[in-house]
Design a protein around this ligand. Structure first.
Ligand code: HPA
Length: 270
C-alpha cells in the first residue's frame, strides 16, 4: 500500500514533471507574490486527493511552480494550520511533498506577533531558532526511514549559510527566536511574558512544525516573520485579526522584494 505522501506525489507527477530546487511557503499577506513569478504550472490543493485543504478565509490553496530568475521554485500559496483541526502530520504533508518533488531548500514566511519589546510593528525578523515544545511534533508516530531518522538533530534548524544570504539581502533586519503555539486564540499577556522568559522574540501559529519536517528529511531551511502586531499585553490594546492582516498587506510589497532577493541569493547555496 502506497503512503499518502507517495499517492499525492504520483498525482502531481501526472500533471507535471517540473522539478523545483527551492520551496517557499507564502505566509498571510504574501500570497500575491505567486502571481509575480514566471509560472509553469499551478495545482490547487483540492485537485490532489488526500491533500489537507485550508479552511481559513484569505488563504488561497495551491502550489505555484515556475521560475524566479533562473531558479526553479515551488511556492505554497496558502498553508494548512494545526488549529484547523488537522493532525501535525497532515499539516506538514505539503512540505514533505515539496521535498519529494526535489526541493533542496525551503524558505518559510509568516505573520507573527512581536514578543521582543525592541521590535516594531512592520519589522521583518529572520528566524534564527524556534521553540516548538508547546505544539505536538510532526514526527510523532511510526518512524519512516524513507523520510529521515527517528531522532533527528535540531541543533541548527535554520541553515547558517541561508541565514547569511537573508542578512545580506535586507536592511534593518531583526533576528530572533520564533515560538509556535497551536492557536487559534491569540495569547494572554501572561503567556506572552512566559514566552519572553523562555527566550522567544516572536510568536505565531505555524512554521516551526514545517521547519522540523523539512530538517528531518534533510532540506536546508530558512524563515522570515513579518511582525504584524506587538504580542498581547505589550501595547494597551486588544489584538484583532483584521488589523494583523492590514499590517501584513501594508508590508507586502517590501516583503515580496525581500523574498525575491532571498530566493535568488539562496540558489547560490548548494
Ligand atoms: N500571536 C500569534 N500568532 C500571530 C500573532 C500573534 O500575536 N500575530 C500574527 N500571528
Amino acid at each position: 500500500m502506497e503512503s499518502r505522501l507517495e499517492q499525492c506525489l504520483a498525482q502531481i507527477r501526472r500533471i507535471t514533471d517540473f522539478v523545483p530546487e527551492q520551496a517557499v511557503v507564502l505566509g498571510s499577506g504574501l500570497g500575491a507574490y505567486a502571481d509575480k513569478i514566471n509560472t509553469v504550472c499551478t495545482i490547487s490543493y483540492n485537485e490532489i486527493k488526500g491533500f489537507p485543504v485550508s479552511t481559513v478565509s484569505g488563504h488561497k490553496g495551491r502550489f505555484v511552480m515556475g521560475y524566479v530568475g533562473d531558479v526553479p521554485v515551488v511556492l505554497m500559496q496558502g498553508r494548512v494550520h494545526y488549529y484547523e483541526g488537522y493532525s501535525m502530520s497532515d499539516v506538514v504533508l505539503p512540505i514533505r511533498l515539496m521535498g519529494k518533488m526535489g526541493a533542496k531548500r525551503l524558505l518559510l514566511t509568516n505573520a507573527a506577533g512581536g514578543v521582543n519589546t525592541s521590535f516594531d510593528v512592520g519589522d521583518f525578523m529572520m528566524i534564527t531558532d524556534h521553540i516548538a515544545t508547546l505544539v505536538p511534533s510532526p514526527l510523532l508516530g511510526p518512524s519512516n526511514p524513507e523520510l529521515g531518522t527517528r531522532f533527528p538533530d535540531m541543533s541548527r534548524v535554520y541553515d547558517p549559510q541561508l541565514c547569511d544570504v537573508i542578512r545580506r539581502s535586507t536592511e534593518g533586519l531583526k533576528e530572533g527566536v520564533y515560538l509556535q503555539t497551536t492557536g487559534p486564540q491569540y495569547e494572554t499577556p501572561a503567556e506572552v511574558r512566559m514566552m519572553r522568559a523562555l527566550g522567544a522574540d516572536a510568536v505565531g501559529m505555524s512554521t516551526a512544525c514545517e521547519a522540523i519536517a523539512a530538517r528531518h528529511m534533510g532540506m536546508r531551511v530558512a524563515g522570515i516573520s513579518c511582525i504584524t502586531n506587538m504580542a498581547a499585553g505589550v501595547l494597551d490594546q486588544p489584538l484583532n485579526h483584521t488589523e494583523v492582516e492590514e499590517i501584513g498587506k501594508r508590508r507586502a510589497a517590501d516583503f515580496q522584494a525581500l523574498l525575491e532577493k532571498c530566493i535568488v541569493g539562496m540558489a547560490e547555496v548548494q
